[in-house]
Structure formats: structure tokens, C-alpha cells
Ligand binder design. Structure first.
Ligand code: 13P
Ligand code: SF4
Length: 306
């Protein structure tokens, strides 16, 4: 039996479901029951009937699944698969901002540890950050931890005063505008589709800015046949499925997230066989961090308020 077949069999036996982010490798995406962006995976995790969720992504994604479904077992194929940006906030910074602005809302990008989420009022993902911030009653917003997404949201919602932090995603921050321009010279008709975690110089070149799902949907529905993609290279698998006729080009220094690439079929098989690498979130963090995530789901569906 192949590794893929063993995974599918064990998954059925253990009532498990495999969720994967678009940045994991193609073989892992092919093994998954659901593949999506962070927001889609959070929504799913809150409502799936299965006993066990295997989260193919970095640790904050699995943690999010556990926070939203505390009674389920969440298995991580690799416990070292981490997102450096998810740690780039200090409690002192959040406390100082709260002291300075009495009406402050602390908005936390889902790319953050459970501890950081527990300091915040509401979570957002790249696909709903603008909408959620726009609808908050607060004038002053501390947006943590990503400076690039924070600046992008500030530009889209100029009526708010947004405090910009100094965290960043190394993969998107290091992408060079020169390399995107070089692709543009080679493919002048191509549309540039960028993730808002990119630096300002790259975003200035973009025809479209959005989450990984947003980028995929844009290409899927566009009459154009060439696209320069400014996000992690794992999205190529879905892009080629949706648009086998189109050309997709990346910066020459290929943007690759090391944490995401730690997820392998062998890792999935191992956790399904052994039940090892189950995620636990400390009890005192689980409640406040879970609340900020649930508030995101409610606000994104237009039901909740801060
Ligand atoms: P999405 O919100 O588009 O899934 O992006 C997650 C991420 O980690 C981007 O680097
Ligand atoms: Fe984190 Fe960047 Fe990897 Fe996304 S691409 S998981 S933000 S390091």
C-alpha cells in the first residue's frame, strides 16, 4: 500500500480529517480533505464532526483549531513547524498601548501564538482584516504582529488611527520589488497578485492584494492568462489546478516558508498511527484566546460586536 493509501485508510479508522494550508507541499495538499487559507481553515475547524483534526500547517493554525474545538484531538504532523512572526509581539507593547489610548482595540492577526491572542480583543486573518477593523467602534487600533498587514489595513481604513507594530513574515518581507519588476519586464501582460504580508515596495506593484484564497480566486476568475504571484510558492499547486492554461511566475528567489515545508506525508502517517503530537493549549490561555477567535468568526459573519 502507498503512503497516501495508508493515510486514507487510517484516517477513516480513526475518524480523522486532514486540513491543509495552501503553503504545504503538493503531496500533502493532495492527501488533505480540505485545503484553504487561514480563515477557511478556522471556520472549518469550528464545525467539523470528526473526533480528530490533523492540521497540516504551522503551529498557530493547529492551535486555532484546538481553541475553537477544545474537545477534539488536534494532531500536528510536525511540532516544530512554526511561524516566526507568530511570536513577534511583547506584552509590554500591548500594555503600553492600552495605557495610552483608553478606547484601544487590540486586533490580532491569526498568525500569532495562543498567548498573544489572549492579550487581544479580536482576531483577524488576511481575508477579513479590513472589514473587521472598519466595523469596530474604536478609533484607536493596535494591530499585531504584522507591520505590513497593519500598514495595508491602515491605508484601507484611513478613518482609524492604527498603531503599526514591528513584526513581519520573513518570507514575504524579504521578497524584492526588483525581482517582481524583472518578471513584469519578461511578462508585461501579467497581473501582479500579492499577499498583504509583502513589503510596501512589492505591494505598490500589485494589481490585486489579498489572502491566499483571494489570490487563487482572482486568477481562477480572470480573463488574463499570465500572473506574477507575490506569496509563498505552495499556492502554485491550486493555481495550476484552477488555471491549467495560465502562466504563473514568482520572484527568482522563490518564497518558501520553512515551517510549512516541514509537513510531510510521513509525518501525517506517524501521527495517525501513534496519536502523538496532540496539541494542548494551557487552560488559562484557552478561554481568552478562544474568545478572540470566536469574536472574529462572529464579526466576519456580521453577527457579533466588540
Ligand atoms: P492566509 O491568511 O492567506 O491563509 O495566509 C496565511 C499566512 O501564513 C500568510 O503568510
Ligand atoms: Fe508565517 Fe510567513 Fe510562513 Fe505565513 S509564510 S506561516 S506568515 S512565516
Amino acid at each position: 500500500m502507498s503512503t497516501q493509501e495508508m493515510i486514507q485508510q487510517l484516517k477513516r479508522e480513526k475518524d480523522a480529517v486532514i486540513l491543509a494550508h495552501y503553503y504545504v507541499g503538493p503531496e500533502v495538499q493532495a492527501a488533505a480533505d480540505y485545503v484553504g487559507d487561514s480563515f477557511y481553515l478556522s471556520k472549518l475547524a469550528a464545525g467539523l464532526p470528526n473526533k480528530t483534526l490533523v492540521f497540516c500547517g504551522v503551529s498557530f493554525m493547529g492551535e486555532g483549531g484546538k481553541l475553537l474545538s477544545p474537545d477534539k484531538t488536534v494532531l500536528m504532523p510536525d511540532l516544530e513547524a512554526d511561524c516566526p512572526m507568530a511570536h513577534m509581539v511583547s506584552k509590554e507593547m500591548v500594555e503600553a498601548a492600552r495605557r495610552e489610548y483608553s478606547d484601544l482595540a487590540v486586533v490580532c492577526y491569526v498568525n500569532s501564538t495562543a498567548e498573544i491572542k489572549s492579550w487581544a480583543d479580536v482576531c483577524v486573518t488576511s481575508s477579513n482584516a479590513v472589514k473587521i477593523v472598519e466595523n469596530l467602534p474604536n478609533e484607536h487600533i493596535l494591530f499585531i504582529p504584522d507591520k505590513n498587514l497593519a500598514r495595508y489595513v491602515a491605508e484601507q481604513v484611513p478613518q482609524k488611527h492604527i498603531l503599526i507594530p514591528d513584526g513581519y513574515c520573513p518570507v514575504h518581507e524579504q521578497m524584492k520589488a526588483e525581482e517582481i519588476k524583472a518578471q513584469k519586464r519578461l511578462h508585461p501582460e501579467a497581473k501582479v497578485l500579492a499577499h498583504p504580508e509583502c513589503n510596501r515596495q512589492v505591494l505598490e506593484l500589485a494589481d490585486y492584494i489579498g489572502s491566499t484564497s483571494g489570490i487563487i480566486d482572482y486568477a481562477a476568475n480572470s480573463p488574463k492568462n499570465e500572473f506574477i504571484i507575490a506569496t509563498e510558492a505552495g499556492v502554485l499547486y491550486e493555481l495550476q489546478k484552477k488555471r491549467p492554461d495560465a502562466g504563473f511566475y514568482f520572484a527568482d528567489t522563490l518564497p518558501v516558508c520553512e515551517g510549512m515545508k516541514r509537513i510531510t506525508l510521513e509525518g501525517i502517517l506517524h501521527v495517525l498511527r501513534t496519536g502523538e503530537h496532540a496539541l494542548h493549549v494551557e487552560e488559562e490561555l484557552a478561554k481568552p484566546a478562544g474568545e478572540t477567535l470566536k469574536r472574529m468568526l462572529a464579526l466576519a459573519s456580521g453577527k457579533g460586536q466588540l
